[in-house]
Structures are given as structure tokens and as C-alpha cells.
Design a protein around this ligand. Sequence first.
Ligand code: ISL
Ligand code: CA
Length: 565
Amino acid sequence: MDNEWWRSGVVYQIYPRSFADSNGDGIGDLRGAINKIDHLVDLGVDAVWLSPMYKSPGDDNGYDVSDYQAIDPQYGTMEDFDELLAGLHARGIRLVLDLVVNHTSDEHEWFVESASAIDSPKRDWYIWRPPRPGHAPGSKGAEPTDWESFFSESTWKLDEASGEYFLHLFSTKQPDLNWENPRVREAIYSMMNWWLDRGVDGFRMDVINLISKVADLRDGEPVPGKVRSDGSAQYTYGPRLHEFLQEMHSAVFAGRPSAIVTVGEMPRVTVEQARLITDASRHELDMVFQFEHMEVDKVPGTRYESIPLNLARLKGSLARWQEGLADTGWNTLYWNNHDQARAVSRYGDDREYWRESAKTLATALYLLRGTAFIYQGEELGMTNTPLESADELLDVAARNYHRSAMASGVSESAILAQLRRAGRDNARSPMQWDSQAGAGFSAGIPWSKVNPNADRINAAAQRDDPLSVLAHYRRVIKFRHENDVVASGRVDWLALDHPELFTYLRNNGDVQLLVVANFSSRVIDLPEELVERIRDAQGAVQLDSLGIDGRPGAQLAPWRSFVIG
Ligand code: ISL
Ligand code: CA
């Protein structure tokens, strides 16, 4: 296995709870994933990123870890884990774990001990603060700062016994660790080394840019229309972030093979910050997940208030990231993960041009420069899941948002409409393996409802169909592997301001690729310059989303995309 395989590589994200259930309890598990390794081999991916399978009370589906070195019984055993790892390795597929170390579960023994007494030796493993001066614990306005959490409520929870508050940027069951404490950092690094020694191939690091907070926490910036403030300037890209990442690198990664991969999830990270973090000479991370292209269809600063996609804005954002990390650093490329609505429903057309738009999204993004991350079901064109009522909400973020928006007087129908478009449950419905009840995901009753379109959108129906979304993903992945220009070439955008075309050139001096995509559900007239380029480009038409073997003339069919080279 080559070093830096990830430059041309594709990582496949498994959200274990929704991937494959082997024992009929309705919950996906590790043995289920073991049974599906052939699917990954068939697709041709280089690595799997496994969302958390650690011991957890499951408040945030495993992103609240109560034991980093144990497998949650609902997902299986450590033997199952080792078998999955060995099974993937035997087929040449690497395994990247999800590292959730900005916070733990409140049921982690570290927190239990920390909360046990004000003078507990582990008190300063978490971030505790007394009530605001002059306020009794639990009284209105007593919280140490006025911040709103990522999950809509306050970021502080009162511990009745001690009269102090602990910080939780996510749910009340996800207390933030105190990274200022060197013993916390040592414990985390030793746990990471334990997993690497067990054979895993790297980490996707959950909200890793939040680990360094300013020392003196204070009220945040007011947000129009909101009671609570935005404190993110005090914990996103904090003063010791680079130092902590460099320390982690030397404690964990230095001296290990460079094939080990690190990717940091970083909400609000800027291109300039990402360039520093992924500059190989600084020894921090290989790459980061940025969020800008996931926010272009949202009212700024909101998670659930969607606005129509402005394609020029989306391309403008991607272009800035491609350019910003062209010489130093490295990009990730993704449309989907377990936190995002399904891209084919969001940026594509999941009705009339479902198949064509699912393919076009893949071609347009994954032939840019960066490591490609695809999320389970994306390769089938899985769509958003219908949401009928608030009782169906499963995600803690969505439930909290529903509760707080209701309390501030927003109508339930408006809230549901927002969650239908942008809620995280959209991505967490069971993987659609076949058209049976339970979608081949489970022989029992799935924990999350199966999308009713599973009878038509499923892996079994697509496996042998050369025109399927699945066949297209296989081809795109193969194309990345076989054409070095995708990993190494420069990117030159064409018609960057065009509201419907997504078009660029890739060039590494030897080879030139021309990528053309119609991101609309109508026939469009091509600019004259592009008509000529398409006519004159050297090479064959490949990866055509319509399966047409020929070059278009002056017009481009709805959601048609292809590459020439
Ligand atoms: O999903 C979001 C909004 O609904 C994001 O704000 C998300 O919370 C943010 O991207 C951080 O995500 C990561 O950490 C969270 C966890 O809930 C997510 O699943 C994880 O990807 C806390 O661990
Ligand atoms: Ca199960």
C-alpha cells in the first residue's frame, strides 16, 4: 500500500448504526459491515471512515463516547472489530476511525470522577465555572456565558451538587474536555496510539478545531433574532490549536508510516487557517473538512434556514479552496456525510433527473483536486427521507431545535419544513441494499424508518446495471485511480459565473481533462467558447451521465455531464 495513497484515493464513510444489521435488532453493527465488505471492494474505495462504534449511551449516536477503548455492545465486540479491520486489510482497504475528543459522554468515567467533587483530582479534566458573580446557581442569567450551543440550547449545565456549571458545546451529555490540562492530552494520545498499534490507518477528528478555548470565557457576539449569543470566536481556532495539533503529531504520528491519514473536521475554518493546518512542513494534519460549500444554501449563521442554491456562489467557494490549497496543503472533497441532507435532494434534482443529477454531482466534485469522501448510500443516489411529524425526529440536534424554535413561537409546520430540507436524520435512514421490507438492512424493525423509495433505489437493483448511479461511482473512482492528473493537475475554471454550468480544466503539463456539467433540469445553450473547446478537446468522452457516446453541439441536456481527456 503506497504512502499518500489518499491523494488519488476515495474514502467511504460508514455510519454503523444505519449500514447493515446482522442480528435483526434493527440496529446496524460491525458484523453487518463485515458482511458488506464485498460492496466496498466492488465500488473500489481505498479506505473506510467508520463513525463511532465505541461504548456510548447514544445521546448523539455515538459522538458521546463513554469508553474510547471498548466497542458498544449494540455494535458488537472487540473481536468483531478486529475481524472487520482484518477483513478490510485483506482486501486492500484501510480503516480510519472517528476520533471524538473535544468532548466525552457525561457517562465517561473521567467525567463521572470530575463531577464527583469540586476537589476531585479529575475536576480540571473538564471546563467548570462558578455561576456569574451575584447570581445564585440555577437562577436566570447565572450561566457563566450567554452562548448558544451547536444543538440550540445553552452551552452550560448546572451540576446541582457543586453549584458549578460545566461547558458543553454540543448536547448536555457531551461535556467539553479541558485540553489545557496536559494529563488530558496525554490520555488522549495514549488512546490514539493504542488504536494505531491495533492496526487502524488513521483518524477523522471530530470538531478538532474547537479543542483550544480562550482562558477567559466571556459573553459572545449577539445574534439577531436570538436570545443566546455566538461564542465561537472564543473556541474555534483557539490560541493553542496549532500547538496542540503539533504536539499530537509528535506524540502519536511522528515515526509512523506516512500512509496513516489524518483529517480534521473543522466547522468555520477559513482557507488561510486550513493552509497552515495542512502544510506538511508544519506537522499538523493531512487535510480538513471545511463547511463553506455546505453553507451556501443557508441563511448565514443558521443551520436550518435554507435558501435556493446559487451555483455561482457554490463554485466560487470551491474555487477559492482549490486555489488556496493548490501549492501548500490539501483539500477534501465531499457532498454528504451523516450531518448533512442528501446532496441529490439538496443540490441535485431528486425527482425528474434523479439518476442524472446524482451522477453529475459525483463527476463535478470528485475530479477536482483533493481526497474524495463519499457517504454510505451516496453511491446509490439515496435521497432525503420523508418527515411527517415531530414524533419521527431522532437526532438530538433536530429535537432540541424543534423544542427551542417552538418555544420562541415558530410554527411547527415551518420547523418541520426546515428539518425536511436540512435535518441530519435525512442522512441516517437505513442503507438501501435491496427492495425487501427493511431494505435488506435489517430482518427486524429498523431503528430509523426506511425511505419508501427503497423499492426502486437500492444496491441490488443497480449492481448489474451499467447505467446505474452505482456503476457511475465505480467508474469515477476508477478514473481517479487511473488518471494522475486528478491528484496532481492544476484546476482552471471555465464560465465560473455561469448560473447553471459547472466546468473546469485539469492540467498537469502532460494531460488535459475538460469537465463539463449542466447543474440544471433544463436544456442550456453553451457559451460559444465552450462549444469550441468541447469540439476541439483531445480524447474520448467519458463518464457521461446520460451514457451518450458523443460530444454535444451548442446545447447541453438537463444534468448532462462528462469529461473529455
Ligand atoms: O450537524 C451540524 C448541525 O446540525 C453541525 O453543526 C455539526 O454539529 C458539526 O458539524 C459537528 O459535527 C460533529 O460533531 C458533533 C456530532 O453531532 C456530529 O455528528 C459530528 O459530525 C458532536 O460530536
Ligand atoms: Ca444489530
